[in-house]
Design a protein around this ligand. Sequence first.
Ligand code: C5P
Length: 225
Amino acid sequence: MAGAGHSRLIFALDVPLLEQAEPWVARLAPHVDYFKVGLELFSSAGPEAVRMVTRHGQAGVFLDLKLHDIPTTVGRAACVVRGLGVRMLTVHAQGGRAMLEAAAREAGPDLCLLAVTRLTSQAAAVEEVVELARLAQLAGCGGVVCAGSEAASVRKAVGTDFRIVCPGVRAPGSDRGDQVRAVTPFEAIHAGADYIVVGRPIRDAADPVQAARAISAEVARALAS
Ligand code: C5P
């Protein structure tokens, strides 16, 4: 289920300008499977951000727009996003079944629709996250976004053929601060995540390429365990 490079790593391009994003893509493209384009960069650069990543090689684009609107609107947006060549798109699971079904229908087989269960910045009961993951699966989504601490329960509920993507990952040994739901890359993959989303632990590292490599090594260790 891994993408281009099988690193299972998604790097979050959390910068406001295309000119700031491109050097990161050039530098990290050999080390990650996907680049996450979020609200900040997409608000500034739009589809050009998607085209810029695509120009740099094999890494795919994960468009993290967390769509949440009436079914027709979200479905039509998913149709446009599919046309951009994006490989993963997020919607909010809390938008409900009809919205998820409309989005999944328009996404088609080549755009993996991921339902965000609960934001990892919010408290959430694991049962609630599992319920939302089940709903997303029934509605035809390709996977979910959830915290690493919930990945094992979600995996048990949805089986193997459903993508689990975990943000809020912290490098081993780093300060987790008040992020009670943060886990290490090893823990997330070991729990059943297919991909981990990492931003600041790579972006703020003295040597970002080395940080990405170290995280990939953790991922490989988890896959082999
Ligand atoms: O914290 P970090 O910089 O690694 O975050 C990377 C991405 O993961 C962010 O773009 C954000 O969307 C997501 N994230 C999250 N929950 C957190 C921390 C980050 O969903 N607690």
